[in-house]
Ligand binder design. Structure first.
Ligand code: BG6
Length: 475
């Protein structure tokens, strides 16, 4: 082990992230303003850990001033969250703005601005309105793509200028993968065709919103936030390498390529055709995607993913699923976060950075989410009641180190954001795994308290130096 000091470059983002639905709560929400997530929670509350969900969340809508003060105390330079589409409008067809919600947002923007914290805003973090999900099947419908564009236009015309870094989606692959591919989430429908249609419409919506942003000449940049799973094959044998390549096509490149290169990978299109996956796409839509690629991407990087070639035969009665081509693989002796069941491998950041440089033209990007969800954190409280989350400090240090290492080698990564600023609710996991730099005490009126990691983060920001104990494996 040796101690290393790594200087953080000037202007490097040291931020934290969240989303509207996971923090703000329903206070002030009007009838008919449910999102898909709200509807899921109402229809299927039993699957949400201990019944916690978006109803109160962290009550951020009422307590954001307190939270902004804590952001200052924690030293973060940037805060990323979403505008809640289902709440920003009262009428989705005509894009009528909910003035009350919009002014709450305006106040939040001003508060952050006053305290010198840059806000990055995302237009969709699973917040497709429930009405559009019920009436049109959500992102299944081309009409909904048009409604999203109208919504984006309303948000930009209200806040562009005040907010200069925009993102169309957060993790656009997630909802339809859990709902239509794996049938793990409400309404539990396995339908690979719908899965691909949602993917395509989100790619199209990204391109259309990028076009709108540029046509109107708004100040700033427009990107999107993706969650590529850095995927390693079990071995270098061709069958394992093929499994990893195909996994990457279906879950990563299906969004990375259209957003950055403006095209779907040819091999993905061939596989979809081979397996008769039905989705509607026109030449005109492909041209919009080709002409409107993003300025930057945020990448959410939590864990490595490992695959091997499938060892079992596929039942021909089973509808097509990309798992036809792979099986998950657990690396013997891997380092784990047992609470979340995710392997810990900080090198994913460095490897993804190299990939961005080699395969994606070294487009500007940053780590948009990285963090460690831990259960029962109260057990780590000191005598004074502060959570001593040394494991989180190590996790952040090691991942930030890999980001800085890649940056020093010419990769265009511009920052690192922790998920999440405070503990918050997540789909199903609710408040089970705590991610925050700031504790939310559910037994005590959601009282906020800085964890040890929040103090450490402020020191990191103030000193501009990451101090790390390195063993050979990390270099
Ligand atoms: C990211 C999402 O994938 O993971 C967040 O953008 C989510 O919304 C986070 O909360 C952590 O996931 P989980 O299920 O462990 O809380």
């Amino acid at each position: 082990m040796s101690k290393h000091e790594i200087r953080i470059p000037e202007g490097f983002i040291l931020g934290a992230a969240a989303s509207a639905w996971q923090t703000e709560g329903w206070s002030g929400k009007k009838p008919g303003q449910d999102s898909y997530i709200d509807a899921w929670y109402q229809n299927d509350q039993r699957v949400w850990h201990k019944g916690y969900g978006p109803a109160i969340a962290t009550d951020f809508a009422n307590r954001y001033r307190e939270d902004v003060a804590l952001m200052v105390a924690s030293g973060i330079t940037h805060y990323r969250t979403s505008v809640n589409w289902s709440r920003f409008l009262t009428d989705y067809e005509n894009a009528t703005v909910d003035e009350e919600y919009a002014s709450y947002y305006e106040n939040l923007i001003d508060e952050l601005h006053r305290h010198g914290i840059e806000l990055m805003l995302c237009l969709e973090h699973y917040e497709v309105p429930a009405q559009l999900f019920e009436n049109y099947g959500g992102w299944q419908s081309k009409h909904v793509v048009g409604l999203f564009e109208k919504y984006a236009e309303r948000v930009f015309s209200r806040f562009a200028g005040k907010v200069k870094r925009w993102f169309v989606f957060n993790e656009p692959v997630v909802v339809q993968t859990r709902v239509y591919l794996d049938a793990l989430r409400w309404p539990y429908e396995q339908n690979t065709n719908k899965w691909m249609q949602w993917n395509h419409h989100k790619n199209l919506a990204t391109a259309k919103v990028v076009r709108l942003f540029r046509q109107k000449g708004y100040e700033g940049t427009i990107g999107t936030i993706l969650n590529p799973e850095v995927t390693y094959p079990r071995s270098s044998a061709p069958h394992d390498v093929k499994a990893a390549r195909i996994y990457d096509l279906f879950y990563n490149r299906v969004f990375l390529d259209p957003a950055i290169k403006g095209t779907y990978p040819e091999e993905l299109l061939q596989l979809l055709e081979k397996h008769d996956v039905q989705w509607e796409v026109t030449e005109e839509e492909l041209a919009v995607i080709a002409d409107n690629t993003v300025d930057e991407v945020g990448l959410n990087l939590y864990y490595p993913h490992r695959v091997k070639a499938p060892s079992r035969a596929w039942n021909p009665e089973t509808p097509f699923h990309p798992a036809f081509y792979y099986e998950h693989f657990e690396l013997p002796g891997r380092r784990m976060n047992p609470s979340r069941g995710w392997e810990i491998e900080p090198r994913i950041v460095y490897d993804m950075a190299q990939r961005m440089k080699e395969e994606y033209g070294n487009l500007p990007w940053f780590v948009a989410e990285s963090g460690m969800g831990v259960e029962n954190e109260a057990q780590y409280k000191s005598e004074t009641g502060e959570i001593q989350d040394h494991y989180r400090i190590s996790f952040i240090s090691e991942h930030l180190y890999q980001t800085l290492r890649a940056h020093a080698e010419g990769c265009n990564c511009q920052g690192y954001m922790v998920w999440a600023f405070t503990d918050n609710v997540s789909p199903m996991n609710a408040f089970k795994n705590r991610y925050g730099l700031i504790e939310i005490d559910l037994n005590n009126n959601r009282q906020r308290r800085m964890k040890k990691s929040a103090h450490w983060f402020r020191e990191l920001r103030n000193s501009g130096v990451l101090v790390l104990e390195l063993n050979n494996e990390h270099r």
